[in-house]
Ligand binder design. Sequence first.
Ligand code: DGJ
Length: 705
Amino acid sequence: MNIHFDPVLRIFSISTDHSSYVFGINDKGILQHLYWGDPVAAADCAPLLGSRSHSSFDAALDREAEEYAYWGGLSYMEPSLKVRWHDGVRDLRLDYEGYAIEQQDGRETLTIMLKDEYYPLQARLIYTVFPGLDLIERSAVIDNCGSQDIVLENVQSAAWTMPVLPRHRLTHVTGKWSGEFQLRNTDLSEGKTVLESRRGFTDGHANPWFAIDGGNASEQSGQVWFGALAWSGNWKIVAEKTAFELVRVTGGINDFDSEWTLQPGHSFATPTFVGGYVSDGFGAMSRMLHRYQYEVVAPDRGLRKVLYNSWEATYFDVNVQDQMELAERASRLGVELFVIDDGWFGQRNHDHAGLGDWTVNSDKFPNGLGELIHKVRGLGMEFGIWVEPEAVNPDSDLYRSHPDWVYHFPTRSRTELRNQLVLNLSMPEVKSYILSFMSELLGQHDISFIKWDMNRTITEPGMHNHPLNRQKELWTRHVHSLYEIWAELREKFPHVAFETCAGGGSRIDFGMLRYADQAWPSDNTDAFDRLSIQEGFSYVYTPKLMTCWVTEEISGMNKRATSIAYRFHSAMTGTLGIGANLNHWSKDQLAEAAALVDQYKAIRPLVQEGRQYRLGMLKHKGVEAVQYVGSDGNGGEESVLFAFLHSQKLGDRLPRLLLQGLNPDKGYRIDGIDGVHSGQSLMRIGIELPLRGDFDSLMYHIREQ
Ligand code: DGJ
């Protein structure tokens, strides 16, 4: 048993292999957080339990550490739950009612029941423990047990209380289109630091996770507390520090412009907020979260395929002839999955028209898609296709027939972004339109991969099909409906893999990753820019989910020229794809690319399923390095190292790079370097990197001997 309740001390404890999480019910009936960190005996936390007051201005300090902060009485911090009753009262008083510990599907779950002292509302706080991963999943379910509506003005998934530390340093990512997942850290000061999306989807300007350390954790050492939300709509993570040095991180669906009317007899379940603690640095944090994806979140379908995507090669100028030629060349390189992107349907000759009309364009494909699919299959590859089901161009048959199918306010103009509007997914007819065209597409064609895109944010959030007092449910309803659509499609077409994309990396989160097999992190395919995007991505998400394309020698993005090897190495650190116009590549270029695809296939299990180590020690010299370690299938260990040099001044030698994750007592051979090297020497003395000049790179395959 990993979950325990001491009825005398009134203390709950959740233990994982390397951590303890402890809270109790105090003398005021408040569910008070007590401890989270290295393992302790729950009883030793007893002295921490108890209400505390400083003055009438700081009357309930214990509520600063509340497990789930209801807004009512003496609660002034970021609330976890805020409601409005039918009679206009806006005060909540949750009393502890009881608990249940259950085993389900081999997982242990704790449910704490809280009830309002007067009104018929029950809150169930749910904790699921993953002992081997040192993670706890938290969420809340709110039940309306009465006969009147209850308005949920704010309902968060969980609040995580941090220990007292000399500093509380917050690590997170920020970004923009084509520059997603940029790492940042900042010391928290008193007040709130808010990470959030208000744009309708997860967003590339931030991503729903946080990590907190005492200011001194590194990749390989130090205590780190962290969490990530499984929500693909508007979300919010608030790190709040009080004058009494308490830090609490609250997260869930963003309460901005949001409300949910909970009808009698109904329940509202929040998304999951997974949290964890490690004592050995950010690298360990990421590896835990990666394992969580492999073992818990992401549907496993084995190794991801080397894909070709024609977007950057042909853009909207798609036609069967060009695509067949690209497919022939792609197959000669060893590509396993050929994907056609935007432009194959309706009047989609540019981004001004056609979106929403999901019939094959007969000028581009006179014999339907079948001709291309037959060719691709004949070449030994699988076939994939792009869709953007949630959006519509006003210049489309769909919009002309159903102008009321988009979110809008009747008195306002409809803001177009990339010349498109967003479909109102809360309408049953819209949902069934999407399900039926997708089912037709997948049912009538031999398609194994869908790239699901979404190229704009939501504006004018009005749903004419809902009562005026329920308009603010839109942000949540969109996501619920989207999840339902994905779940139904996955169930109906279990052989189809899905990629989540939103103009790049704007919809990547643990909510979406329950359905998606892989993710498109950014439209920026410049091999150097990608390194920092991919590093930020890797803090939480696995390399296996990260699709990376090799594109042209001179990047269309920022005109930087890099070699084929550099571009491949950068893309080989995730799931390899190719997005260049192969019809323009020379024989020599194609031969070099084919050899690199072969090399990727040899190390793919390490990248996609091994343990990832970010080697940042030479960053100050312009070197990015990342290493993967896994099993060689014969009881031994194998590893691969990628290193990238930005630029070098003449005579500026690089210090040796220390590897990680190897067995110190084993000997290893490195392709291209003579001799056998002990794990100990590779990790303590390191290896020399023969990188020179600008944008140089290497890949070393390291095998236990
Ligand atoms: C945005 C995506 O991120 C691109 O990869 C491409 O699919 C375009 N949309 C197509 O419109």
